[in-house]
Design a protein around this ligand. Structure first.
Ligand code: DHB
Ligand code: FE
Length: 277
């Protein structure tokens, strides 16, 4: 029953909207421009593109709501030792290929791929464990690590007709020690899609559209709260100026040079810690 919650939300939303309009002396023309911006975002959105979410994101709303939600959750639990959340963003796809540990999420990498050299130079091996934040902390077996990131051209597979279906996406199941491992690429900074209304709006505000290089994860395990998060490359120049405000200190990682592995130039060990439910 959503009614009690609506009864709480709506008076506050209306009060703040009205206060906002009064505070800035909002005119009919300005309000109409706002309505048109939202309309344009809606018209442009489909299953490959979520322009309305993008608009919310550049206003910091998804990050704020994620923060509020995490706060509600951890206030209700004992530990607080779990990995921080970060936003889902508009490019998640469910049902990424379920791959064995040690497999690569980079599909069909041949020299004909336009970003072949960048891909080789940024090839990375990521391993780690999925732990329970219970005290004492214990490994979670059969947890699922669902990962996705962009190609070196800054595009997710569904944005880019040159990439195979589900490229740079995969799901991995942890072993008895809670361990997962896969090959991927070191992420690059790239602009959020800025050829639509959200991008035009950003430009109007004189803001840049870049996100620091990041890798998305949804980590789920039996008996634990599912974690949606991202990790960020500490070498990235945009690490302190993410256009959607999603960076948190604990999620900043350093890739180390990897010796003796023809499949990877870089390596990273990163553990996730999930909240018991
Ligand atoms: C947004 C998030 C992403 O992870 C991304 O790759 C692009 C855009 C966003 O929050 O809008
Ligand atoms: Fe992203």
């Amino acid at each position: 029953n959503a009614l009690p919650r609506l009864a709480q939300i709506m008076p506050s939303l209306i009060r703040h909207l009205h206060d906002f309009a009064r505070e800035v002396d909002l005119t009919v023309d300005e309000w109409t421009a706002g309505v048109e911006l939202i309309n344009e975002c809606g018209r442009m959105s489909d299953d490959k593109r979520n322009e309305t979410m993008l608009l919310c994101d550049i206003l910091g709303l998804e990050t704020l709501v994620d923060e509020v939600t995490a706060h509600m959750v951890s206030a209700a639990s004992a530990s607080g030792a779990s990995t921080p959340t970060s936003i889902l963003g508009p490019f998640y796809r469910p049902n990424a290929p379920l791959l064995p540990n040690g497999a690569s999420i980079v599909q069909d990498l041949t020299p004909s791929v336009p970003w072949y050299d960048e891909a080789v130079a940024s090839s990375a091996y990521i391993t780690g464990r999925v732990m329970s934040s219970s005290n004492p902390s214990t490994p979670i077996r059969n947890a699922i690590v669902d990962v996705w990131h962009t190609a070196p051209n800054g595009l997710y597979e569904q944005q880019d007709p040159e990439q195979p279906d589900m490229n740079l996406r995969g799901r991995f199941k942890t072993d008895g020690d809670g361990r997962f491992a896969f090959y991927c690429l070191r992420p690059v900074a790239y602009p959020i899609p800025d050829d639509g209304p959200a991008g035009k709006f950003l430009a109007l505000l004189d803001r840049h559209p870049y996100r620091p290089g990041h890798i998305h994860f949804i980590v789920s395990g039996p008996g634990h709260r599912t974690l949606t998060t991202q990790i960020f490359d500490d070498c990235d120049e945009y690490i302190t100026k993410d256009s959607v405000f999603a960076v948190k200190d604990e999620l900043v990682v350093r890739f180390e040079p990897r010796e003796g592995d023809s499949q990877a130039q870089w390596s990273l060990e990163y553990d996730f810690s999930l909240e018991p439910v």
